[in-house]
Ligand binder design. Structure first.
Ligand SMILES: *Cc1c(COP(=O)(O)O)cnc(C)c1O
Length: 434
């Protein structure tokens, strides 16, 4: 599968080149250059297929020319010691649980696959340095996925504020391969520094710089697998329409669903479930995009004013605007409705949802109540309820069991260095330890 830039002045590149360089030089983002027909797998795979089996079967076709079946099986095995779970609630609703990974968010899936596939694709003597700008637990997910991977050093940039959950045994100074650096600045400063480091060609080439942010197509593509997985688990029981309800912040998850559809997964639509930060809904309905003022809500991962996948989504809409408007239904759920949805999910189905998943659940409920709706909605549960246990308690009265693996996530840790938000400071910090 080849990738092209949304800036489209660059020539098409292989998957390997796209993940090892991560940003096209023309300022765009990598998107698949053509869409593969994956129906032979989605339609015929049995419902008993395990997640690693599915990944090992689908990935070689998806990444033709870069992966063979043996290497795909190794990647699936080494990336996934956790699996999604499809829970059918009744005739109309299912929940696809995506929070079983090490940090309890769906982002673990893309990150784990990216780290494993990079290790497989790097030749024995090749090195890569993976830069990431992170907030909260994404740093832990990245450290966990890249720890001790051959030929790789992972540099994690944190904005000002406490750094939590990193185990010092991961640090390069303690024999690991992780370099956590705090930037005296914002998350946007961290992202800007990564782009600057990639564009400093001599520096980028010396260290083999790439990134593990969601802009890397190697994180986006594996999110297709769990849509296929939900479909093969459900397909025997489906009669009417199939809709996925996706909590949408930067729209990565939603776009992965759209790719799954383009690759032949029979699906009738997607709900782009936003919280009060819903300016992107107007764009989906066909208006020009105007970023709104950022509003803080109880589903903070959806508090995004300009989605980082804007170009990727725009390139879908440019191809077939009318088709897209029939395929993606935007909805906006406020904080009170989110809490009410958490309560309803508990009372009706005995499941605990985190607020992000509850935004998608509330939007799914709303769609199901529209006249003439006859279908099944799969709600993507993207965050573990234990991550926002107070809110779950408030909404449902239930005390959530906090899994042992999360106990470190809240512990403060020291970064290896704290620097000003300037490229020479970052390059100096990297040079001093590698
Ligand atoms: C990141 C995140 C989202 C948003 O996903 P996008 O792909 O950015 O739209 C939703 N829920 C949780 C729990 C998240 O961490």
């Amino acid at each position: 599968m080849l990738f092209r830039s949304t800036g489209s002045t660059e020539k098409e590149v292989s998957f390997k080149d796209a993940i090892l360089h991560c940003l096209p030089r023309d300022g765009g983002l990598y998107v698949p250059a053509s869409v593969l027909d994956m129906r032979q797998y989605v339609l015929h795979m049995g419902s008993e297929t395990s997640y690693p089996e599915l990944v090992a079967t689908v990935a070689p076709t998806l990444l033709q020319g870069d992966l063979n079946p043996l290497s795909a099986a190794r990647i699936a095995e080494s990336a996934f010691d956790f699996e999604p779970e499809l829970k059918q609630l009744d005739d109309n609703f299912s929940v696809l649980t995506l929070f079983n990974g090490p940090t309890g968010v769906f982002k673990d899936y893309g990150i784990a696959f990216l780290a494993a596939v990079m290790e497989e694709l790097l030749k024995n003597d090749q090195q890569a340095m993976i830069l990431s700008a992170v907030r909260q637990d994404t740093g832990v997910s990245i450290a966990h996925a890249f720890y001790k991977r051959r030929g790789m050093i992972s540099v994690i940039l944190y904005p000002s504020g406490p750094v939590r959950g990193l185990d010092p045994k991961y640090y390069i100074t303690n024999g690991g391969n992780i370099i956590p650096i705090q930037i005296r600045g914002t998350f946007d400063d961290c992202q800007r520094l990564i782009v600057e480091a990639i564009n400093d060609r001599p520096f980028a080439e010396r260290y083999g710089i790439t990134c593990a942010n969601a802009i890397n197509p190697g994180r986006l593509l594996p999110q297709i697998f769990y849509y296929f997985y939900a479909f093969i688990k459900l397909k025997k029981t489906l009669s009417g329409e199939l809709i996925f309800s996706v909590p949408a912040g930067n729209f990565g998850n939603l776009i992965a669903g759209l790719y799954a559809w383009k690759m032949g997964m029979p699906v009738n639509g997607f709900i782009a479930a936003m919280n009060a930060n819903n300016a992107f809904g107007d764009y989906i309905k066909g208006k020009n995009f105007k970023a709104g003022r950022l509003i803080q809500t109880n589903s903070p991962a959806l508090d995004v004013s300009v989605p980082s996948n804007y170009e990727r989504l725009a390139s879908f809409y440019a191809e077939a605007p009318a088709v897209m408007r029939n395929m993606v239904y935007p909805d906006s759920i406020d904080d009170n409705t989110t809490i009410a949805a958490m309560e309803k999910a508990w009372k009706t189905y005995n499941i605990l949802l985190d607020p992000h998943s509850a935004v998608a659940f509330a939007a799914a409920q709303r769609l199901s109540q529209t006249a003439g709706f006859n279908g099944h909605v799969v709600v993507l549960a993207t965050g573990h309820p234990a991550k926002q246990a107070d809110l779950v308690m408030q909404a449902t009265g239930q005390l959530v069991n906090i899994p042992e693996k999360f106990s470190n996530l809240w512990k403060k840790t020291d970064p290896m260095a704290t620097i000003v938000p300037q490229l020479d400071a970052l390059e100096g910090a990297i040079a001093s330890c590698c």
